[in-house]
Design a protein around this ligand. Structure first.
Ligand SMILES: Nc1ncnc2c1ncn2[C@@H]1O[C@H](COP(=O)(O)OP(=O)(O)OP(=O)(O)O)[C@@H](O)[C@H]1O
Ligand SMILES: [Mg+2]
Length: 370
């Protein structure tokens, strides 16, 4: 592969995972992970606890051997390379700072280990610390810092190496909600400035949506969908992705499709396209609207009403299923009141009830099961 000289004079860092598996005995931690991560891409691995995110990242870093499959960085198979020879910098959730070194020495440490000429150290440490706004804390020990500041030291220590690849495993999970939002913004800005291929692990779907060029949604070691945040939000490949992305998650209602009409508890929607039989209907809370005349496609009693400030979230009980609808912020009603809302056909998603796979709304098009 042709090497492209980037602004920083660095190398291309495309990462290819070719049918990568990780097994411990008969337990499959990562199942046939196959993906090319583009140079400078910000890729997020998203999924519930235990789905194989950290394991995938540790295999890229070389901290874990792949049971089979190939890992290729910058055109070279790296399966047999030690972590230190892979030119990747990893940021862990637990910071991993040296308690008896001050911030300056913590950031400088990778340069010493890698025998970077001493004359370069000061400039590189100061450049990295400035990027994460730690200039005023260089003399402090980690114990004298807040969680957010420690997290930024860990980031600076990765930045100072000027690696080809950044691997970040839930780097924000120790921070409180407000710091998480500001540090998230800082990471996004940094990745844009540094132009480094980044693989970022999280189980927080909002973090994934806000940071990623592409998101990989995983479940029990298997990739469920790879796409841009818009792809996975607007066209979830299956009910798992639909129920994992979005706050609240997509409404899912079980029912029957007959000649284009979906019927289920408290719901009837005509004009849909799909095979007759049992299906799962999906739609997002913000895509439905209250019907003022009481003549919507769903009519059901209010289960709960939540004031969010910018909107009022209504949850109704349709048979055994709870369904959420976003209403105007001034909307008020009591629990138990009947409400009716419209669910326009273009915002409806249909899924196969058995496999959970998406049934595309264009006739004849069906997304293949993976
Ligand atoms: N050394 C090991 N031996 C056996 N099983 C392991 C080992 N390491 C991890 N696992 C299992 O592999 C699966 C994936 O673990 P992994 O750490 O990749 O999950 P994760 O997606 O990062 O989850 P979390 O969000 O909780 O960090 C889990 O079920 C875990 O118990
Ligand atoms: Mg993990």
């Amino acid at each position: 592969m042709q090497k492209a000289a980037s602004d920083s004079g660095g190398t291309m860092a495309e990462i290819q995972l070719r049918k990568v598996n990780k097994r411990w005995g008969s337990f499959v931690g990562v199942d046939n992970f196959d993906l090319t991560i583009a140079d400078q891409e910000f890729l997020v691995l998203l999924g519930p606890s235990g789905c194989g995110k950290t394991t995938t990242m540790r295999m890229i870093a070389g901290l874990e051997d792949a049971t089979d499959g190939e890992i290729i960085i910058d055109g070279k198979v790296v399966n047999d390379l030690d972590p230190k020879d892979r030119d990747v910098a990893m940021v862990f959730q637990s910071y991993g700072l040296y308690p008896n070194m001050n911030v300056y020495e913590n950031i400088r440490f990778p340069l010493k280990v890698r025998k970077v000429p001493e004359a370069e150290h000061d400039e590189r440490v100061r450049r990295a610390s400035a990027m994460v706004e730690l200039d005023d804390f260089l003399h402090r020990k980690p114990a004298e810092l807040s969680g957010g500041q420690r997290q930024r030291v860990a980031l600076a220590r990765a930045i100072v190496r000027e690696p080809n690849v950044f691997l970040m495993d839930e780097p924000l999970s120790n921070l409180d909600a407000k710091l998480r939002v500001s540090t998230r913004a800082q990471i996004k800005n940094l990745s844009h400035e540094l132009k480094v291929t980044t693989v970022y692990v999280t189980h927080d779907q909002i973090e994934a949506m806000t940071l990623a060029d592409r998101v990989v949604v995983m479940k029990q070691g298997k990739v469920q969908q790879v796409g841009t945040p818009t792809d996975i939000y607007d066209h979830p490949a299956n009910t798992f992705v639909a129920s994992f992305i979005g706050s609240p998650a997509m409404n899912l209602m079980e029912g029957e499709l007959r000649a284009g009409t979906f019927t289920g508890d408290n719901v009837s929607i005509s004009g849909l396209t799909g095979p007759d039989g049992p299906v799962t209907l999906g739609f997002r809370a913000e895509d439905a609207a209250l019907a003022t005349d009481g003549a919507g496609q769903i009519t059901a009693p209010i289960y709960t009403i939540e004031l969010l400030g910018d909107a009022t979230m209504l949850t109704v009980r349709a048979g055994r299923q709870l369904v959420s609808v976003k209403a105007h912020k001034e909307f008020r009603a009591a629990i138990g009141d009947m409400v009716s809302f419209t669910v326009p056909v273009p915002i409806c998603h249909l899924f196969d009830q058995q496999s959970g796979m998406r049934i595309d709304q264009q006739p004849g098009m069906r997304v293949a099961a993976t």
